[in-house]
Design a binder for this molecule. Structure first.
Ligand SMILES: *[C@@H]1O[C@H](CO)[C@@H](O)[C@H](O)[C@H]1NC(C)=O
Ligand SMILES: *[C@@H]1O[C@H](CO)[C@@H](O)[C@H](O)[C@H]1NC(C)=O
Length: 304
């Protein structure tokens, strides 16, 4: 019922953020930064994205940081993280970035949890303005085959989502209306996944190889992936480094380098790896739990 109620909100036209910030064209050397929040979160929560934005602004003088709001306000932004078709979200963000005068010289992007794979889609689909570095913080680049625990206070929503996924993650109805279904990756139903996953199978080149995706992704200077070693939200956690369960079973995992995606280099990741563009970082802690010290030492250098 809640799904129906909330999905009626999807009809409302999204409004782009009005941005204030540095004067375009000024001689500012800092590279702007885009943040995309995770599931159950919003652009501007003072305890999450808001705090991170502030922290980065304090560390890097003059930096332009834009924390993406998907929708007209914080409530819509949070709901859209569950119910708004991901391909639509990505194209909304692409046009927002294209219209932002502060970003025309290029920008770095930092995605948290599902926001990380969404930003990768932005890199693959929308090369202008150019994304320079992509930092994936607990992202799920090969999707998930489980949501053992939901972040924050969304546990009632999570129960509902799990039920919908179990009923048929690859049915058109669920795919269209549930964000998490669009990166649901069932290794026991690989054919269904490849055929019906509206978002993840597309950006991971499972149906065909789009040379544009491959070319655009390789424009990145760095693609940094952070894995949380005690992650209790993402299953399997290997997906945070672009690994996953081997197809046909649900126990044994493989790394990115062991995967066909890499061996056939359908996305250019092997080429990027050889060029030293892929960075794999691990940190102790549960999903998205890191200290300021860790952030400063490990991620900040990519933003300076
Ligand atoms: C760039 O840097 C300055 C100082 O670091 C900052 O105050 C300003 O808002 C930024 N943008 C400019 C000058 O356009
Ligand atoms: C490949 O991706 C580009 C960028 O999103 C898109 O415009 C194009 O239609 C895609 N090509 C195919 C064959 O799907």
């Amino acid at each position: 019922m809640a799904v129906l109620l909330l999905s009626s909100l999807l009809l409302a036209a999204p409004v782009l953020l009005v941005v204030s910030g540095p004067v375009p064209g000024s001689t500012n050397k800092t590279v702007p930064l885009i943040l995309w929040h995770g599931m159950g979160d919003s652009c501007c929560n003072p305890l999450s994205m808001g705090a991170i934005k502030k922290m980065i602004e304090q560390e890097i003088a003059g930096i332009y940081v834009l924390s993406l709001m998907i929708g007209k306000n914080v409530v819509e932004d949070t709901e859209n993280g569950f119910f708004l078709d991901v391909n639509h979200q990505v194209s909304m963000v692409c046009s927002q970035l294209a219209q932002d005068p502060n970003l025309q010289g290029g920008y770095n992007a930092m995605g948290f949890s599902q926001g990380a794979q969404f930003l990768r889609a932005v890199a693959q689909r929308c090369p202008s303005p150019p994304m320079k570095k992509l930092i994936s913080v607990g992202g799920q680049h090969q999707g998930v085959y489980g949501l053992p625990r939901c972040p924050g206070e969304s546990s009632h929503l999570c129960d509902m989502i799990r039920e919908a996924l179990n009923r048929g993650a690859y049915s058109d109805l669920v795919q269209k209306h549930l964000v998490q279904a669009q990166y649901w990756h069932d290794p026991l139903n690989d054919d269904l996944y490849k055929k019906h996953s509206l978002f993840l199978a597309d950006i991971n080149q499972e149906r065909s190889v789009n040379e544009t995706y491959k070319k655009n992704l390789q424009q990145l200077e760095k693609f940094v992936m952070v894995k949380f070693l005690q992650d209790s939200v993402v299953d399997p956690v290997d997906t945070e480094w672009f690994g996953f369960l081997k197809t046909g079973q649900a126990k044994v995992t493989e790394t990115l380098q062991e995967s066909d995606l890499y061996k056939q280099d359908r996305l250019g990741l092997a080429a990027m790896d050889k060029a030293g563009k892929l960075v794999f970082l691990a940190t102790e802690g549960d999903h998205l739990q890191f200290s300021k010290e860790w952030f400063d030492a490990n991620l900040l250098p990519y933003l300076r």
